[in-house]
Design a protein around this ligand. Sequence first.
Ligand code: PLP
Length: 393
Amino acid sequence: MIEPLVAPADVSPFLPFALPDIGEEEIAEVVACLRSGWVTTGPKTRQFEQEFAAYLDANVETVSVNSATAGLHLALEALGIGPGDEVILPTMTFTATAEVVRYLGAQPVLVDVEPDTLNLSAAAVDAAITPRTKAVIAVHYAGLACDMDAILALAAEHGLRVIEDAAHALPTVYKGRLVGTLGSDVTVFSFYANKTMTTGEGGMVVTRDAALAARVRMMRIHGIKQDAFARYTSTTPAWFYEVVAAGFKYNLTDIAAAIGVQQLRKLDRFLLRRRQLARGYADGLAGLPLQLPPDAPPNSGHAWHLYPVRLTKAATLGRDEMIAALSQQRIGTSVHFIPLHRHPYWRDSCNLSPDQFPVAEANYHSMLTLPLYTKMSDADQARVIAAVRATLS
Ligand SMILES: *Cc1c(COP(=O)(O)O)cnc(C)c1O
């Protein structure tokens, strides 16, 4: 038998930093949806919403949407955010968190994050509150929950609404409870292709407030009082509907929901694999000049959407060189995030400078996100660990 040759580094396959995990179950469910003749929002969407609510295991309303961005927009709209209002959010996030505030003519107020978790700092929120502050958006960075007790207490004290951008936080446990059931006004999940479960594009708005859910449900489909499927199946004449507001076109399709129904059934298995990979990195990268992401405290759970590491002062090369070195070994990485205050639009329109965000700024220059996804094999991870070790030694 011929010994297999070890492939030289430059011909090994490219290892992306994220990949969706779609199986035959999702494919069959989509095909069944296509064959059913009902492809837009309808029975599959309803089933997905119901099963998502059941997964969170609480008395919550779930409204599916075609992205988390749409969901955040609808959530703020339903909370009455408008011109003259200020909404506090972390600079260490994706632009979607802030842009939805602009959609409504309100002012995003960017604040700094905690040094260890890179989550929204309650102290920074406190310092940024003005008489115009109406809401706070907490982003559970990488899949670890923010200090929600502190944020909710601060919000209660100042009469602020709290929105959770839970794009990374499915499933995340905070002090024994899943994100989505923590008692904020509204929580929004993302099913974008690289998130912990996907529908291609999609999102879910979760709230305990029935009136808010009704407003989101109506505004996601043109401000029409009843959705198309309800009209289609109702006993009143199918042609009749009433527009009661200038709404949006943010509904999820049944084709996408079909993927979601099957992904949701795999979510706990996905989490176990992500957790295994996170442990693999914690062991494999120990002793290097790297600050590894903090695990969740006892009685809480990390969703491990991302595995961002930070080079320490002892590292002999910079972040950009590290990314280039890994790329040369055909390993994909990313950076989460280029803080919003560094993007021209936010910098200029909010008049921001880096010295206002010392924690985000210091960490931005040293961070990179390593590959972590359920389809990654142990051998894939060993390759990443070996490449990181070689680069840093
Ligand atoms: C992915 C992401 C979003 C946007 O989600 P979409 O479903 O793509 O709209 C919002 N906030 C954060 C923090 C994200 O990572």
